[in-house]
Design a protein around this ligand. Structure first.
Ligand code: PLP
Length: 378
């Protein structure tokens, strides 16, 4: 039985639920944006990788962005059209297995470039020594050090970030001899960004890489684009992309959002087990189902609460033995009682992928539903 957008009322909690209709709505927008702008949009698998759902995502977008052998295999299994690989560092053996399965490889540092872009995995080497010859196009991830208001836990622009080569150092080091095999640049520099972020990144590229652009086949603008936000200025995005294409028709632009693919497509549902004064203990834990809360100190949206004060103030907490298992303080519109359901909104990305069994808690299953078909428990 369904409880409307609030939840599926007869399921045992805790569980995640995804509304396929809402996911399809996001995917339609993204694939429309691809067509209108000429860019390619990849889903970032680390944000969401449920095996029952990713084939649908693969069928609508241009491919997946992945970071490991397991993710490459998931992408192949889901029938992804193209696979784009990046990780902060690769082991040689691993890369040997991966390189012929992916379309692009982004290396994170000058020393990884030295070993794998220029040396062991250069096009000549790849043709001669790999079990399966590979046409993978290799690039470097750059840290453009943009000054953007991004929380530091997820800001790869920091000057001491280990993610990507400092762009000044890259430009100082670049020469046609050592970088003759370079075919791409990868920038993951944005976070929940409006079109302004893409525009700032584009300005950075136009200002600094004019001598490198002629040899490139692709530029990857990373994730952090709020494409499925209703306020995202798609018209401006299309203009910017088309304009770039006019000047650099040989370069394919890639974008690899995670969060915006799944934005507002599903919830996490838990039950009130006990109430001690105003402390509510739920049948979940930030350690097991809500790890993003612990790692990035994120404030979750809870259905039936409001920002301004009401008489129904509660501290929502988890059922693990850690004192710090505190989800947050909320003002509810109605009093809570034992057995009530608490619905956390917009919970599809970076949650299920991080689940643990700490304290012997069960993984929360994903329920797939839409408003016109019956509920399908997994
Ligand atoms: C390299 C890279 N690309 C893409 C993404 C997806 O970012 P988002 O989910 O913010 O769109 C991430 C997220 O951490 C990332 O590290």
């Amino acid at each position: 039985m369904r409880g409307g957008r609030g939840g599926i009322t007869n399921m045992q909690t805790p569980y995640f639920q995804i509304d396929i209709k809402r996911l399809e709505r996001n995917l339609e927008r993204l694939s429309w944006l691809e067509k209108e702008s000429g860019v390619k949009i990849l889903h970032t698998l680390k944000s969401f990788n449920h095996p029952k759902i990713i084939p649908l995502i693969a069928s609508k977008l241009s491919g997946f962005s992945v970071s490991s052998l397991i993710e490459v295999n998931m992408a192949i299994e889901a029938n992804a059209q193209n696979i784009h690989l990046y990780a902060p560092a690769f082991k040689e053996d691993n890369l040997k297995e991966l390189i012929s399965k992916v379309s692009t490889l982004s290396l994170n540092s000058l020393s990884q470039w030295e070993r794998f872009g220029n040396g062991d995995f250069s096009p000549e080497q790849r043709r001669q020594s790999l079990p399966i010859p590979s046409n993978t196009s290799i690039g470097v991830r750059i840290n453009p050090k943009l000054h953007l208001p991004i929380p530091s836990y997820c800001n790869p622009n920091l000057s001491y970030s280990r993610l990507g080569v400092d762009y000044q150092k890259f430009l100082e080091t670049f020469n046609l001899d050592e970088f003759k095999n370079l075919e791409g640049l990868h920038f993951h520099a944005l976070f929940q960004s409006s079109v302004e972020g893409a525009s700032i990144l584009l300005d950075h590229i136009m200002a600094h890489y004019q001598n490198i652009l002629p040899q490139l086949r692709w530029v990857n603008f990373g994730g952090g684009h709020n494409f499925t936000d209703k306020d995202y200025d798609t018209k401006r995005f299309i203009e910017l992309s088309k304009n770039f294409k006019l000047n650099y028709p040989h370069i394919q632009l890639y974008f690899e959002p995670g969060e915006s693919v799944l934005r507002d497509t599903g919830e996490f549902v838990a039950t009130v087990l006990d109430i001690i004064d105003s402390i509510v203990i739920l049948d979940t834990s930030i350690e097991t189902h809500l790890l993003d809360v612990a790692i990035v100190n994120q404030r979750l949206k809870v259905k039936g609460t409001q920002i301004s004060s009401t008489p129904y103030y509660y501290e929502l907490t988890g059922n693990s033995c850690l004192q710090g298992d505190i989800i947050g303080e909320y003002f509810f519109q109605k009093p809570l009682t034992i057995g009530d359901r608490v619905v956390f909104e917009d919970m599809m990305s970076y949650t299920m992928v991080k689940m643990t069994r700490f304290n012997g808690m069960e993984f929360a299953p994903l329920i797939i539903y839409n408003f016109s078909s019956p509920v399908e428990p997994l």
